[in-house]
Write a protein that binds this ligand. Sequence first.
Ligand code: SPV
Ligand code: MN
Length: 629
Amino acid sequence: MSKYEKLLKGKMSEESFQKLIRLENEKVMDFIGEFAEHCNPVSLYVCDDSEKDRMYIRQTAITKGEEKIIYLKNQTIHWDGYNDQARDKTNTRYLVLPENMERMKALNSIPYDEGYNEIMEIAKNIMDGKEAAVLFFCEGPTESVFSIPCIQITDSFYVAHSETILYRPGYNHFLHMKVKDDFFKFIHSAGRLDERGCSINIDKRRIYMDTQNNIVYSMNNQYAGNSLGLKKHSMRLAINKSGKEGWLCEHMFLMSVLNQEKGRKTHFAGAYPSACGKTSTAMIPGEKIVGDDITYFRKIDKEFRGVNMEQGIFGIIKDVNKDDDPVIFANLMKDQETIFSNILIGPDNRPYWLGCGMTTPDEGDNHHGRWKKGDRDEKGNEVPLAHSNARYTIRLDYLDNFDSDAFEAKEGVKVEGILYGGRDSDTTVPIEESPTWKDGILLKACTLESETTSATLGKEGVRTPSPMANLDFLSYPLGEYTMNNINFVNGIDDPPKIFSTNYFLKYPQGDFVTGKLAKKVWLHWAEGRIHGEYDAYDTPTGKIPIYNDLKKLFRELLNEDFSEEDYNYLFTFRCTQWVEKLRRTGAFFRKIDPGTPAEIFAYWEQMEKKILAAKAKYGDEIKPGAFKG
Ligand code: SPV
Ligand code: MN
């Protein structure tokens, strides 16, 4: 019997209360009770997995004005506040015990008591006068070895609605689960709202994570990356949990590559920093998608197996148009459950966004309010028709290329290829295979970088280190995480092959060397290598394709010519560039985690020597095939 039963009974319908009682879980009662008391909503609505409850959540988001129906009745628009359009890195912190503060310094931490007191102060009565929703989800397939049960309490019905689209329902999982006290807990409040339903107290926006107790507090925000417990908050808890338990939580898509000719299906996962081609790889025409953002990996029967922990996409909408992203675009034009956020709704009540490939109106409603072309914000900056981080939220099973069998598999799918995809204009070749798993982690995963383009703020051409594309979500020190990645495959018979990709090589005069779909060729070369096909040339850092194989693949898959001249340019090994890249990586690790094991630095130093020796022998630019070890 929980001490909060009376309080909870008084704040909810009998039906809601019975849903809690049926779970026979005191820990669940205590969590909900504690925050029902502390945040003090007028009432709470408890959801089970029924269609009725899902519809109640969506309908309430509309009734409360957090979402509006647009010209297709199953689609809605939600606006986050003008200053709540992306993840707030500064105010996202780990609550860390004093003895661990030193190690966690680089990961934006706050001493436990100080942070806990601050967030509880902010949360006190924050739901005053509002209704809150209590939702149960399961990350990964329910009742499987991957499952992580989660509870979300929120006073934002937009947040609740988004989660019903993006995550597997979990009430029944909670009903049946044997271990009753191991679940993730998320408490969110949008705080006080303005007349558009946006959070007012952005200066009190805080996202504090307690990995000791698997709870995340998120206050005074709505942007999904800040508000949805199961998205990036949960990912941080899962990274910590996986580190302790010996599995992996990675910022990776999961896909199935289909070889029609050989009748093969091969699963790949891939990590890409933002704007490096993650979604476009997962959505390559002719292949299948299993997940687009977060994958859990476990060893099962000596196999490397992965699941998509989500069931929907919270995707960047910018540049989704009928030419560049035909599958997503077609789905956004259908009358099916979709939440658009921070785009423009025109006078015709239709959705428009940057790069949508349609003629856009000169006025409408957007993240800044009533908008017309040329409007300026409070700081005098011109307000674009939509935010560049505007999003769509849909279920994956709408997509024709969704691999539902792979998605449903309780034991996940066997992953045979891992891709680490960076962005640079002059260093990394389009595809390179790593000789071993460990080399792959240290040379492909740890050295990932993205290069700024004219589309991002600041100087063009700056390379930002992004190890494993996961740094924003690391919840324990980078060196330890790297070692866990290396050691994860111990005991696995046939670890995946690791590949690096780079779709962004340019000729010195500034043009990209290949078209957008060349990535399909690189991927199919990797697929062939996994199955023992294609010879390869060695480079100091791995193995690259031979011209004739690529020429054939370009012809077969894209019906394109691929010139030997382009091949030689693309696959040249550039010694100085690589040495610089290794030095940047080493310096970055020393800064972020001075405790990184010495063997990691020693590996990079050794590699640098190998490259310098190759440079002395073959020259600074080594043409494919020239390097002989
Ligand atoms: C990302 O930024 O990696 C996303 C969107 O997937 S967010 O929810 O903001 O994290
Ligand atoms: Mn992501």
